[in-house]
Write a protein that binds this ligand. Structure first.
Ligand SMILES: C[S@@+](CC[C@H](N)C(=O)[O-])C[C@H]1O[C@@H](n2cnc3c(N)ncnc32)[C@H](O)[C@@H]1O
Length: 710
């Protein structure tokens, strides 16, 4: 019986983080997760007809113990599943069987109304009307460019469509159609099942799969070509590489990518390398952004020059949904403007409330208290991250984003950040809609949650899951440029007059301007020194750096070894430069070959014993590098210096992480000891600290022993 109770609980939660996450993250579940997931998916797939049966039969009024999600799963098995309700007699089964005649009659009526003569025809039909969203593809300007791919390359033979729905009309995928997003530059959409996963463009990093909403923060941060940028919470690196792509191959700028979790920093490194962004990105592994100090003299050429900061901190992830999942639509829920019903009809009503549905749902969700505490502590952490970013001496622009639909992590965090003393002192406001690159995007912040401040609500951007073409998301931009602020139509959220008065009062007491402390940190940079407009970005004329074999010296142009299509036979250069047929090298505009696929080339070199030994050594070092931060953390905890409150985030409390780590370490220790590691050993590492600059070099000779300072 727990299968039905548990699946009804999962279904009620499906809209907050997705079905899969709900099933696999709930440790209290007793049923088999695969069985539970399958039942939930199948039930939601047929919820439209089941809802009609529930409504017409009035079963919820007759059987008071049934909730709506519970009735859905039971009716799915009773009316649709081959095996019927999977339980022996029990109160839940009886509540359905008592009403079997009425339920079956309503089901048959609903089926015939939809034109399905048999149950099998209904099942086939409903399969093609599943809610879906497209495969979003971002072009990586470090490896390719829009012109090359859309006009001269692989996608030039695709037919452009004006609406996302045209990529998959009536559920059928059209793999040769492409949608060019009008909101985010260099972003394309394809049918959900378009065969791009193993495409050479993907393998070479010329295209990146990234949801549209998740591309908005970097797009809105809009760093000029030579900007110094911080990605404060970078792993796995989607937004870092997007920023690098926006800076472009000719940039003299820099991206400082902070990642607190050492292990996730490895993923970040891989993503950055795959995108060819290693020259632009400086990874700061195992570094907490909250402890960064841009006013430190050591940052002479670093953080103190940063003008743009991207904040995408840990959140509840309640907006995450997956392409093959289904939304739970409770009966009576108002449909959103522009949404497509499960029956295929298009709703053009006037429900323009920004996120009415999710807002209500999240209230109910909060009342249940399941995530309440975690959401609050996350919100606190998120405000602190914004506050810290606002202190950066040269910062003029910050984007804050979450993949959460809860106002607590979104509008409320923005309001709290605007009301911090640093925001007031330094003049941070949210960027008004009319200045914003996404000004035409219709779904804005929730007015109620912005304490009725229309300007702030209008400056926030929301994406609802499914209906807005992907995951649920939130973005706000903070600016502190005097010229931009002067253009604001109305007074911003914070009461500037009061802040100014307080400042004057303080100045009168201490003597001076009252801003000495902050000004000292800013090193005298004032808003008027900042450029009014970002430097215009020139289209990149650089050829693609795509190597089919070892990169030749300084050309960036490589010979395609064996062309596979008509297009790849043409020798093209990027940005419309004339073909250079006389060149020693040419490159493959279709990316039809990945670097590892070399046909007819020389046989791979046989490794010598020494080389093999070196590879083995590198693998061992990688393993050791993985466990080092765990050891360091263990030491910190032992010394009693861990600040547990600060460290808590979505990955659970310190204590939980620590327990997992211990298990992990002891496992690793056994396997490494077995192999008799020649570089260091666990006893040596026990109290060692490793300077973090060595992340890249993995230079073990610089290990310091003992309780040396951090
Ligand atoms: C939501 S994920 C970021 C996703 C990333 N922006 C992307 O698009 O690929 C949040 C990341 O921030 C890291 N993180 C959390 N708190 C941090 C802190 N104080 N400093 C640096 N990184 C932090 C987490 O370890 C996690 O990897």
């Amino acid at each position: 019986m727990s299968l039905y109770l548990e699946s009804s609980r999962i279904i009620a939660r499906a809209n907050f983080g997705g079905l899969r996450a709900a099933v696999y993250s709930d440790r209290s579940i007793k049923s088999k997760p695969e069985q539970l997931y399958a039942l939930c998916v199948e039930t939601l797939k047929h919820q439209e007809i089941l809802n009609e049966v529930i409504e017409k039969s009035q079963i919820l009024k007759v059987e008071k113990k049934l909730t709506h999600p519970l009735a859905l799963v039971l009716l799915h098995d009773f009316l649709i599943s081959k095996n019927g309700i999977a339980t022996s007699n029990g109160p839940l089964k009886s509540s359905i069987l008592r009403n079997r005649a009425r339920l079956s009659a309503e089901f048959t009526r609903a089926r015939l109304k939809r034109g399905y003569a048999t149950k099998a025809a209904l099942l086939r039909g409903s399969r093609s009307k599943t809610p879906r969203f497209p495969r979003w593809v971002r072009i990586n300007n470090l490896r390719a460019n829009y012109d090359l791919l859309m006009n001269k390359g692989v996608f030039s033979e695709f037919t452009p469509v004006d609406n996302l729905e045209d990529l998959y009309p009536n559920g059928g995928d059209l793999p040769n159609k492409v949608y060019v997003d009008p909101y985010v530059s260099d972003l394309l959409a394809f049918a959900p099942a378009a065969p791009l996963m193993k495409h050479p463009l993907k393998k070479t990093g010329a295209i990146v799969f990234q949801d549209r909403a998740s591309c908005v923060p970097a797009q809105l941060l809009d760093p000029p070509r030579d900007a110094y940028v911080v990605d404060a919470t970078a792993a796995p690196g989607n937004k870092t590489t997007h920023l690098a792509s926006l800076l472009g191959p000719d940039s003299r700028g820099k991206i400082f990518a902070f990642e607190r979790d050492y292990r996730r920093a490895f993923t970040l490194k891989e993503t950055v390398e795959a995108a060819g962004a290693q020259d632009l990105v400086e990874i700061r592994p195992a570094q907490d952004f909250l402890r960064s100090a841009p006013w430190n003299p050591d940052e002479e050429n670093g953080l103190n020059k940063v003008t743009h900061i991207l904040l995408d901190p840990s959140c509840t992830g309640s907006g995450i949904v997956e392409r093959d999942e289904y939304k739970f639509v409770p009966p009576g829920e108002p449909r959103e403007r522009g949404s497509k019903g499960l029956d295929g009809s298009f709703y053009k009503g006037l429900n323009t409330l920004p996120s009415a549905v999710e807002y209500d749902d999240s209230r109910v969700w909060r009342q249940r208290g399941t995530v309440e505490d975690r959401t609050f502590s996350l919100a606190d952490f998120q405000v602190r991250m914004i506050e810290h970013a606002m202190r950066f001496p040269s910062a003029t622009r910050i984007t804050y984003s979450t993949c959460s639909i809860h106002a607590q992590e979104n509008e409320r965090v923005v309001m709290a950040a605007l009301n911090t003393s640093v925001a007031r002192r330094r003049g941070w406001v949210t960027e008004p809609r009319h200045l914003n690159k996404m000004r035409d995007w219709f779904r804005r912040g929730i007015l109620e949650e912005c304490e009725g401040n229309e300007q702030v609500a209008d400056s926030c951007i929301r994406f609802n899951p499914w209906v807005d073409g992907g995951i649920g998301f939130f973005v706000a931009v903070f600016i502190r440029n005097e010229q931009e602020r002067a253009r604001l139509p109305n007074a911003p959220a914070i009461k500037w007059g009061l802040a100014e008065k307080a400042r004057q009062k303080r100045a009168a007491i201490v003597g001076g301007s009252g801003e000495e402390v902050e000004e000292e940190e800013w090193k005298g940079i004032s808003d008027s020194d900042l450029p009014a407009e970002p430097c215009p970005r020139k289209p990149s004329m650089a050829p693609i750096r795509y190597y089919t074999s070892a990169p030749p010296a300084d050309t960036g142009v490589v010979e395609a070894p064996s062309p596979v299509s008509q297009l790849s036979r043409k020798i093209l250069t990027a940005g419309g430069i004339e073909p250079d047929t006389g060149s020693k090298f040419s490159y493959d505009p279709n990316f039809s070959k990945g670097p590892k696929i070399i046909r007819g080339g020389p046989k791979p070199k046989k490794l010598t014993g020494r080389e093999k030994q070196r590879l083995k050594q590198q693998a061992r070092e990688k393993e050791l590098a993985l466990i080092r931060p765990i050891k360091m953390r263990q030491r910190t905890v032992r010394l009693g210096t861990a600040e547990e409150d600060e460290e808590e985030d979505i990955y659970g409390s310190w204590a939980e992480v620590f327990k997992d780590d211990l298990e992990y370490v002891s496992k690793k220790a056994k396997s490494i000891k077995k192999r008799n590691a020649s570089v260091g050993n666990l006893d040596r590492l026990k109290d060692a600290t490793m300077p973090l600059e060595d992340f890249d070099k993995r230079d073990f000779s610089r290990l310091r022993l003992g309780h040396g300072g951090d």
